[in-house]
Design a protein around this ligand. Structure first.
Ligand code: MN
Length: 204
């Protein structure tokens, strides 16, 4: 029986948060997650589903959609699809009681690229505060070496880079808890929430 063919269900879905909404408090409050995950991320998913319905993008995976929309110059589809992907990657880049316990294989690469974990965090903070307006700060593996990339709006690192983790520096990520104080927010994220195990799992 095929009873659903005339009413296609939403193709892209909001993945569950990998922790409870209050698990990142006080750096990221439950109220921020209710808005950031429950409203912003959900809206990117809903908008993407509306934009792709009845187009050649319908049925494509999220990654295929991002690549094709970028190539085709379909800005709205790219922006919403990339924001869906970026936010899911961001939630996984954070962990309750994170910030420490860097797996040895990753620590070795961090030392090789930056000199120390503190220097890596200082570089992430500098990129976060240096990014004018909305965007993302990424730790990536590029040709076998770690480096930091910052991107504007929904943009992602070049396809040649393997993202290891990301920090959201859009105002909606911190305004409820830190108002305009982006540097204070990002410093707290780096010290208390970064999921280095997730980053290590992403190493090529
Ligand atoms: Mn965001």
């Amino acid at each position: 029986m095929n009873t659903v063919s005339s009413t296609p269900s939403a193709q892209h879905v909001l993945p569950p948060l990998p922790y409870a909404k209050d698990a990142l408090d006080p750096v990221i409050s439950a109220k921020t997650l209710e808005h950031h995950y429950g409203k912003h991320h959900q809206t990117y998913v809903d908008t993407l589903n509306k934009l792709v319905a009845g187009t050649p993008y319908e049925g494509k995976s999220l990654e295929e959609t991002i690549a094709a929309a970028k190539k085709d110059g379909k800005t709205s589809i790219f922006n919403n699809a990339a924001q869906v992907w970026n936010h899911t990657f961001y939630w996984n880049s954070l962990a309750p009681k994170g910030g420490a316990d860097v797996p040895a294989a990753l620590a070795k690469q961090i030392d090789a690229a930056f000199g120390s974990l503190d220097a890596c965090k200082a570089a992430l903070l500098a990129a976060a505060t240096g990014r004018f307006g909305s965007g993302w700060v990424w730790l990536v593996q590029d040709a076998g070496k770690l480096r930091i990339v910052d991107t504007g709006n929904a943009e992602q690192p070049d396809a040649s880079c393997k993202p290891l983790l990301v920090v959201d520096v859009w105002e909606h990520a911190y305004y409820i808890d830190y108002q305009q104080r982006r540097a204070d927010h990002v410093k707290a994220v780096l010290d208390q929430l970064l999921n280095w195990r997730f980053a290590a799992d992403n190493l090529a």
